[in-house]
Design a protein around this ligand. Structure first.
Ligand SMILES: [Zn+2]
Length: 342
């Protein structure tokens, strides 16, 4: 098993976070990656810095205009009078505006609202290099698994599963798991499954593959009636067009425990088997843990060991992509739990 990691990811250190009307310290911090990397070193795993991502690979998932926006925004933001330290949106175009012919404005403040889903994805000068580095880790892990290995772990930060083709959100800018899945397809895997274990619904990943019959998306997450991303993640969302039936949402109520979580995982694993999956991507978040500051689920450390065993039992080529998990004192131990079977 190989680990892909790029220290450039540490440069991204978002400050702003809005929660229930409070401006709080952002908890998607560089220390998260430090403890995950330390856990990899403790396990004696080989850690490799990937080659810089190619633009063409990014455009397999994201729009060219969105990629240019992420790259160029900091310079435009810095030219604004009395600008804040980070770019944070204060308006998003609504469905009513689109129905009335909404257009992309020239001004960067309007563009920022256009390309973001919420206020949880502040952008600074270090965001783009870090997001590129995270994407590079995911793509390198997919290449490694395609060519030689059975499993690789992409230690990605910032995370990715809330990012749409042309929209950032929920700490995510580039969708690392989707990039890995597309790369596995491009490398020859006919059918790819994505198993999303983060406690939040992977709304960006779902959207990217919504109409695709070659990629199964299966997600176990908090019920959107009670939890971010609020509007999607329901069981009735099954995919569209040729992709109908290739989207499996398994929402769980607040307080779900090991039995609830692992039973849902059994359903997801069964779907991945019956899909005829050639290669697997796991969106590996640790925020279902009972130790998390969000405290939505009550999943114990032992359940992460059981989850690793269930994934390992699939005996598939597997790319593990790091998503959320914000209890910096615990996530290193949870990673060890999940990886120990491999
Ligand atoms: Zn999450």
């Amino acid at each position: 098993m190989k680990v892909f990691w790029d220290p450039v990811q540490m440069q991204h250190a978002p400050k702003f976070f809005l929660q229930r009307g409070h401006v709080r310290r952002n908890f998607e911090v560089p220390a998260r990656a430090e403890v995950l990397l330390a856990a990899c070193h403790d396990m004696g795993l080989t850690v490799e810095i990937p080659a810089q991502v190619e633009r063409a690979a990014l455009e397999g998932v994201h729009s060219a205009a969105y990629l240019d926006f992420l790259r160029d925004l900091p310079g435009q933001w810095a030219a604004l009078p009395d600008h804040g330290p980070e770019a944070v949106p204060n308006i998003h175009p609504s469905p009513e505006m689109f129905a009335n012919g909404a257009r992309m404005p020239v001004n960067v403040v309007g563009q920022l609202g256009w390309y973001t889903a919420d206020t949880s994805c502040p952008i600074s000068a270090t965001t783009w290099p870090a997001a590129l580095a995270a994407a590079s880790c995911a793509l390198a892990a997919a290449d490694y698994v395609s060519a030689q290995g059975r499993i690789a772990y992409a230690l990605c930060r910032p995370p990715g599963h809330h990012a749409y083709p042309a929209r950032a959100g929920g700490h995510c800018y580039l969708n690392n798991a989707a990039l890995a899945a597309q790369r596995l397809r491009d490398n020859g895997a006919a059918r790819v499954a994505i198993l999303d274990l983060d406690s939040h619904h992977g709304n960006g990943t779902q959207s990217i593959f919504w109409s695709r019959s070659d990629v199964l998306f299966a997600s176990i997450h908090g019920d959107p009636n009670q939890y971010y991303p609020w509007y999607v993640g329901h069981a009735h969302e099954r995919g569209g067009g040729r992709g109908f039936g290739c989207n499996l949402n398994l929402p769980l109520a607040r307080g779900a425990d090991d039995l609830d979580w692992l039973t849902a995982l059994e359903h997801a694993i069964a779907a991945i088997r019956s899909f005829g999956t050639d290669a697997l991507v796991v969106s590996l978040g640790f925020d279902a843990s009972l130790h998390e500051p969000l405290q939505f689920f009550h999943v114990t450390d032992d359940a992460f060991s059981r989850a690793g065993e269930q994934v390992a039992a699939l005996k598939m080529k597997t790319v593990l992509v790091q998503e959320g998990g914000y209890a910096t004192g615990q996530i290193g131990a949870l990673l060890k739990r999940f990886l120990s079977i491999f």
